[in-house]
Design a protein around this ligand. Sequence first.
Ligand SMILES: *Cc1c(COP(=O)(O)O)cnc(C)c1O
Length: 473
Amino acid sequence: MRYISTRGAWGDDPQPFCAILQEGLAPDGGLAVPQAYPRFTGPELAALRPLGYRELAFAVLSRFIDDMPAADLRRIVADTYTAAVFGSDEITPLATLAPGLFLLRVSNGPTMAFKDIALQLVGNLFEYVLGRNQGSINILGATSGDTGSSAEYAMRGKRGITVFMLSPLGRMSPFQQAQMFSLADPNIFNIAIDGTFDDCQDLVKAVANDAEFKARWKIGAVNSINWGRIAAQVVYYFKGYFAATTENAQRVDFAVPSGNFGNILAAHVAREMGLPIRRLILATNENDVLDEFFRTGRYRPRSASETHATSSPSMDISKASNFERFIFDVTGRNPETLRELWSTLATDGGFDLSQTPHWAQVQAAGFVSGRSTHADRLATIREIATRYGIVIDPHTADGVKVGLELRDPATPLICVETALPAKFAATIREAVGRDPARPAVWRGLETRPQHSTTLAADAGLVKAFIAEHAAAA
Ligand SMILES: *Cc1c(COP(=O)(O)O)cnc(C)c1O
């Protein structure tokens, strides 16, 4: 398995997995994708059905990662997906709400969000690759909440890795802030920026665009375009499918709360690999750029000022960074077409596929979509709690709302739970009038000592801080 860029780089020299693992963007600004998706035959799929999570993860991931000894990958997978870290050997248990209606619980990792599934693995893969080359890396990221804590809990204490995480001063929830800032590991640096999340992202870009600084300090990224994260997420679609069905002739629908299009892209990849998925139901909140695309064919990223702050904040995105990989697939995997669309995007602020031959391919990809509002989230949380006795988080509620709306009664529906409700207590109180249950390890979190440095939104200051605290190059 070798990787190319959606925009054509590496076309003559496709890269192995470990070479793209620590890349943010490809050198041409594109995203790494497999040259062709690996495919499971019918008998191979049947052989996957009885496997436990770790064996299944190895079977899927070894199709994407074939440039390390199989025994090493098997060990990394086994060390990552443990009951101690994810709460059970199931790793991503499937809850049955009613006959044909399921909740895939992928949020039982260390920070109570699905991003742990991927980042815990990526942290261990980074450490392995760095150890092999005796290298080090300084990870620079920006977060408005979930990504930052998930990345920090995945990288804490890892040899060769130092994390610099920028967050907007005073703009995260008290829980999210305490989750990150209470870490005392010497390789984790929380930098509170006096500004907004967009300022934080701009600072990351400004630092990464300084090629000399980037090379000197080996600046790396773990953002949602990292292919290792997508590959890790493919696994739980297989797991959920096998848990909800009894034989591989059955097809299912998945409902996925979406922001940067990473989670649902993994479902699309799973289907390309042969998993019998009928439809992917994409849910957005009020930030509905993706819903608009799947309904109309028009992709129109929003400006920062058009992006709403909602009660499902991890889906408050203006443009969907992983979307480029999907568009690459549905436009014939032709880098030239992709470059043209992205140049139209840069000049016109959007593109429209509805009048092109590509639109038929988008529709053949089997996506449907819908959007949800704050009132919908509250009503859905209330309804699921009343009917099934399970309190879901506001992001999951967006997915359940749209999933139920577009449900086909003859097809099992699996709703993907993307966070635990304990992270979003205010919205849960508003919905059901009581606090969500908080796992014991998080009791008293907000009163623990916090560690962070506050800086003005100035790239020079961020660089100076990194230079002072970076892992030795
Ligand atoms: C990141 C996140 C999402 C959005 O997932 P994408 O992969 O960006 O589409 C949804 N819900 C929660 C809780 C998240 O943390």
